[in-house]
Write a protein that binds this ligand. Structure first.
Ligand code: SF4
Ligand code: SF4
Length: 318
């Protein structure tokens, strides 16, 4: 039987998996399904996934519009090629999922918006030009936008799977819900709408009263593995971050850095986080609060690590 005949007889829903400006960590989540991978992926036909094998853009372009059930798109939008691929995947798919923190909120690459993408690229290339490392010549590359954008700033997005990366279980749950047409209304973030603190094993040790005299940096602290990190003066962003990861970092004795983004009640993730951290500070006058936050070496990088392009600030305007 030829490959084409097999394709026509394959009645499974088709999906695409593609990355834009990302590190590939979200796709590793799919591999984290390990021995469950064949069972989960057997329910769908992979119509486009360059990470997996040699798909070309023409393979996707040749499919009828709206013929794919869903596209899982990871990564933020940095180049014109990213924007074109996002638009093509949108046209071919009935459902688009922003897959992971970069597609959802801009992610770590979005911190470049503090400076503007041009300044960042010029800073890493001495004369502002891109070079082919082998020939030294200036290659043809996609043009870079003014700023990093989230996926929903470029195309309509149906759902978001948050996290850096999302968990394998979340991917399976989302895929099942999409196949069963049970993923919920457009715009829904496919993770629980409560804070990481709610699923944290240390939540009973978190004290409501203000106790922290200073924000302390992890290298200089011996962390108590049983007590709430915020009450130890360590900036844990669990109070203002959406759950769904099982408080994975805290279980590894590290603070939450906010990769699942805000809960639905918070318009601006960094604003919500600074408010939660300030509530734990013992002093009430400006000097005491300033002194407490002096240990926060990189406020934007700490509080908007994954969300600057989606924030009210968005980043530098020029
Ligand atoms: S602040 Fe961090 S350590 Fe404390 S309860 Fe919340 S998630 Fe757990
Ligand atoms: S604890 Fe926070 S940073 Fe760690 S995986 Fe969960 S949401 Fe992300």
């Amino acid at each position: 039987m030829s490959a084409n005949v097999r394709l026509i007889m394959d009645s499974r829903p088709a999906i695409a998996i593609h990355w834009l400006g990302s590190c590939g960590g979200c796709e590793e989540t799919i591999l984290d399904l390990a021995e469950e991978l064949p069972r989960v992926m057997d329910r769908v036909r992979i119509a486009f996934c360059p990470m997996l094998t040699d798909f070309k853009v023409a393979d996707l372009d040749g499919q009828p519009d709206g013929s794919l059930l869903a596209a899982f798109i990871s990564g933020c939008v940095i180049t014109d090629e990213h924007a074109e691929m996002a638009a093509l995947l949108r046209r071919k798919s009935r459902i688009v999922v922003a897959f992971g923190a970069c597609a959802h909120l801009g992610g770590v690459p979005g911190l470049a918006n503090q400076f503007g993408l041009r300044r960042v690229t010029d800073a890493v290339r001495a004369d502002g030009k891109r070079r082919d490392v082998r020939t030294g010549s200036e290659p043809e590359l996609p043009s870079i936008a003014q700023s990093v954008r989230t996926l929903d700033q470029v195309i309509p997005v149906d759902h978001c799977l948050p996290g850096c990366p999302p968990t394998a279980a979340m991917f399976e749950t989302a895929l099942t819900a999409i196949i069963n047409a049970a993923a919920g209304p457009m715009g829904k973030v496919l993770a629980p709408d409560v804070a990481v603190c709610d699923e944290c094993p240390r939540k009973d040790t978190r004290r409501a009263e203000t106790t922290v005299a200073e924000i302390r940096r992890i290298p200089w602290v011996e962390i108590d593995p049983d007590l709430c990190l915020l009450n130890q003066g360590i900036l844990c962003l669990g109070p203002g971050t959406r759950s769904g990861c099982g408080a994975a970092c805290i279980r590894a004795n590290m603070p939450c850095t906010g990769c699942f983004g805000p809960t639905s009640g918070a318009r601006d993730h960094g604003g919500k986080l600074i408010s939660a951290a300030a509530a734990a500070i013992a002093g009430e006058d400006a000097d005491a609060i300033r002194k407490a936050f002096a240990g926060l070496a990189d406020p934007v990088g700490s509080l908007y690590r994954y969300s600057l392009p989606a924030s009210l600030l968005r980043g530098r305007r020029s």
